[in-house]
Design a protein around this ligand. Structure first.
Ligand code: HSE
Length: 315
């Protein structure tokens, strides 16, 4: 019998000015991991619904089970066995934290099963083991917002200091997912190993201004801060018609526009629900003119991260 289901939402890493440092949580889509104990003393993936047909059933290769295994070892319960069903709502290679969500949902379900012995910080370190399988690099900017919700600021690569930042009341966002796939590991290989002093200086100003903007609710300052001098210049080539979509979003009133994590999903911030809808429409039109199919959504940043859900909540 299935006992526990956990839902972990999609997320957007970097938020333009904070490469590997900022992330935000979306309400949907999300991944669901369901656990039920078995008597085999091993992890057994019974089903993977949705997502790419290549997703591995081998528990040593799947993000969810790698994270669960790491948590079981830490709890001193490595001989406990579970049947695991995974429902993928977030397409892999979309830039919306698909591997992170599976890893987070896995550890949240496991922790709930054992009545929450692990702290959020510990959950993040085990989820990171799952994330590493897919992206081959340490970055918390998807797993942190997926677990904690809201907007997260990541201070270091050890998960030592992760902070939730305030979400301005009027802040809306639109996300567009062009129908192409980018693997995070490939997109990370493009990132330059060093940047100039001029770019470093301005990027520091941008991220500081972004944090100030969230604390003060100053959307004008927010708009000024949304610049990416590290990833966007090298990754935009991977996203068809990036510049046309960006121009459409800015013309429709976006406060800022950027690549969601490694892409290809793109996001734009807006100061009202109406502007977010206008941006959505403008970006769809820009894609339509180039015959690029895409999915879009508008909404707000979700303050709530991963959670246990009931059987009835599984769509
Ligand atoms: N910070 C990561 C990157 C996020 O840009 O590679 C990946 O979703």
């Amino acid at each position: 019998m299935t006992l526990i289901h956990a839902y972990a939402p999609a997320s957007i890493g970097n938020i333009s000015c904070g490469f590997d440092t900022l992330g935000l949580c979306l309400k949907v889509p999300g991944d669901i991991v369901s656990l039920s104990p078995n008597t085999d003393s091993c992890l057994n993936i019974t089903s993977i619904e949705g997502g790419s047909p290549d997703l591995p059933y081998d528990p040593d290769k799947n993000c969810a089970t790698v994270a669960i295994k790491s948590a079981l070892v830490a709890m001193g319960k490595k001989d406990e066995g579970f049947d695991i069903a995974i429902k993928k709502g977030i397409p892999g290679g979309s830039g919306m934290g698909s591997s992170a969500a599976s890893a987070v949902a896995g550890v949240v379900a496991l922790n709930a099963y054992f009545e929450n012995p692990l702290s959020p910080k510990e959950l993040l370190s085990h989820a990171l083991q799952g994330e590493l399988i897919a992206s081959k690099s340490v970055h918390f900017d998807n797993i942190a917002p997926s677990l904690l919700g809201g907007i997260t600021l990541i201070h270091d690569d050890h998960g030592e200091r992760i902070y939730n930042l305030p979400i301005p009341e009027d802040l809306h966002l639109t996300v567009i997912s062009p129908a192409v796939t980018i693997h995070t590991a490939d997109a990370r290989a493009l990132i330059p190993k060093s940047i100039t002093l001029g770019d470093t200086k301005q990027q520091m100003r941008d991220i500081a201004t972004f944090v100030h903007a969230l604390h003060s609710g100053d959307l004008d300052a927010l708009a000024a801060s949304l610049n990416d001098r590290i990833a966007e210049p090298v990754r935009m080539e991977l996203i068809p018609h990036f510049l046309e979509i960006k121009e459409a979003a800015l013309e429709a009133g976006a406060l800022g526009f950027g690549i969601a994590g490694a892409g290809p999903a793109l996001f734009a911030f807006a100061s009202s629900e109406k502007t977010a809808k206008d941006i959505e429409e403008a970006m769809r039109e820009a894609c339509g003119q180039k015959d690029l199919s895409c999915k879009t959504q508008s909404g707000t940043i979700c303050p709530q991260g991963a959670r246990i859900i009931t059987e009835d909540e599984i769509l």
